[in-house]
Design a protein around this ligand. Structure first.
Ligand SMILES: *Cc1c(COP(=O)(O)O)cnc(C)c1O
Length: 471
């Protein structure tokens, strides 16, 4: 064995101990850590792109990494990082994620490890948490982007089936152009259309209702009627990123009675609201969707990278993703034969963090996270609305505050960008830019399990401090 490998084998306990210490220090300082590290600290240091000849061993490399780069890590897992839709990691999920690397299981088939059985059990618990019926199967993928990819891939196979074509075998050319309809498809679904060979141009944008991001179902019906009975794919939003608007799923289902379409619901973070009886009505009807996307690394607060794709069409899914090989088991129609159901072959034991979090905190723990975030988002929204320099661009529907600067003269987008740069330098709260209703806006998305009232106070203070007048 190479001497450095031998040395590290002998020092395994010390290496893990030191890792724990560093992680502990990081987590202890997480609330105080700037949400946006200094730009210089985000740069690679000289020589660190060069391959070592024989290496320094794990302990020295660990120290070196920490010394050079700890300052360049953002507090994105902390309680005041409201940028994009960024969750943190609960203690149970984090502990599980560490173990996942230590035990290093390949969770692709249920042949020589319990990993696949636990993945299946996690899916079952999640269905119970979110009120999804037995008819759904699910599997873990790396994020909502891949979950959207898988859902649309199964939809593509379904479109072929309607016309007696097996797209998985014959290719998309046998089917011809596909029509995809959506009012507010997430950019990742549009990426999926490219990856799936359907093409971004296949997406026809359906009008929204006035002053809303919700699909106008009458406009959708006009598109469906115009496609003359040809089956299409409809991408519905269950929580848009700007204003967390949910498409009217019962109406979509009523339309599906009359026009043939595959209904994919992107509920990346909005779907998690279904764990609360107060908010589950927003998802009414999703239990009849053909495929559903739910992220785990957002509102379920497991570490990156993790999401779940659900479908009621396991057989079609297997047609798309089955993996024939002389050295692998032949595909069988089982919900835990992940090798034949997901884009990957070898897979991380990605389910364990969510399994442990659900065991550790249960239904009510998850409900607390969701309801607390929503309540605090409303508080933040009310605080901004009451402040001189801000106004809301939309009511706070759930856990995202979409707002803008008031009294701006000149280029509003440039003023907004300067404001966000000041906010980043202040380091207390991270918000990210957006565009809503033709106006440059700012988003604050609350999905972190640690966020509490004091964080909203600190955030409002920082937001007001960074207003243009203050400079
Ligand atoms: C975040 C998000 C995605 C993409 O998710 P990743 O986990 O980043 O791949 C897709 N759809 C919606 C609605 C999202 O919020």
């Amino acid at each position: 064995m190479h001497p450095r490998l031998q040395q590290d084998l002998d020092q395994f306990p010390q290496i893990l101990d030191r890792t724990r210490q560093l992680a502990e220090g990081f987590l202890a300082g997480l609330k105080q850590r700037p949400v946006y590290p200094p730009l210089e600290a985000q740069q690679l240091q000289l020589g660190d792109d060069q391959l070592a000849d024989s290496g320094n061993g794990a302990l020295a490399t660990l120290e070196d990494f920490w010394l050079r780069y700890a300052e360049g890590l953002s507090g994105s897992a902390g309680p005041r990082y409201f940028g994009f839709v960024t969750g943190g990691a609960t203690p149970a999920a984090l502990a599980a994620d560490w173990l996942v690397s230590a035990i290093d299981q390949n969770s692709l088939l249920s042949h020589d490890t319990v990993a696949a059985a636990i993945e299946l059990a996690t899916i079952e618990q999640l269905k119970s948490l979110l009120g999804l019926p037995k008819a759904f199967s699910g599997s873990f993928v790396s994020g909502a982007t891949m979950a959207n990819f898988v859902g649309i891939a199964i939809g593509r196979q379904w479109l072929g089936q309607q016309r007696g074509i097996d797209v998985a075998e014959q290719g998309l050319a046998a089917l011809g152009p596909i029509q995809v309809l959506s009012a507010n498809a997430h950019s990742s679904s549009v990426k999926a259309l490219s990856m799936l060979g359907i093409g971004r141009d296949a997406l026809k944008i359906v009008d929204c209702l006035p002053d809303s991001e919700a699909m106008d179902t009458a406009a959708l019906e006009r598109h469906l009627a115009a496609s003359n009975g040809a089956p299409v794919i409809v991408l519905a939003s269950a929580g848009t990123v700007n204003t967390v608007i949910f498409d009217d799923l019962p109406r979509l289902l009523a339309l599906r009675e009359r026009y043939p379409f595959w209904l994919h619901v992107d509920a990346a973070f909005g779907g998690v609201a279904a764990c609360s009886p107060h908010y589950s009505p927003l998802l009414t009807g999703w239990e009849q969707a053909d495929s559903i996307t739910v992220d785990a690394h957002k509102w379920l607060n497991v570490p990156y990278d993790s999401a779940i794709q659900f479908t009621r069409h396991l057989e079609l899914q297997m047609q798309v993703f089955q993996n024939h090989s002389v050295y692998m088991e032949a595909p069988t129609l089982r919900p835990d034969d992940y090798l034949h159901l997901t884009p990957e072959n070898s897979r991380r034991f990605r389910a364990l963090p969510l399994w442990m979090a659900l065991k550790a905190y249960g239904r009510s723990g998850m409900q607390d996270m969701v309801e607390r975030n929503i309540q605090l988002a409303r508080r933040l929204g009310a605080g901004l609305d009451a402040s001189e320099g801000f106004h809301l661009l939309a009511p706070v529907n759930l856990n995202v505050v979409c707002f803008a600067l008031s009294n701006v003269e000149g280029d509003a987008a440039a003023a907004r960008d300067r404001f966000i740069a000041r906010l980043d330098r202040h380091g207390i709260v991270r918000c990210t830019p957006t565009h809503y209703n033709g106006q440059p806006g700012i988003r604050a998305a609350l999905v972190n399990w640690m966020t509490e009232e004091e964080d909203i106070r600190l955030a409002l203070e920082s937001l007001r401090h960074c207003l243009p007048e203050a400079f």
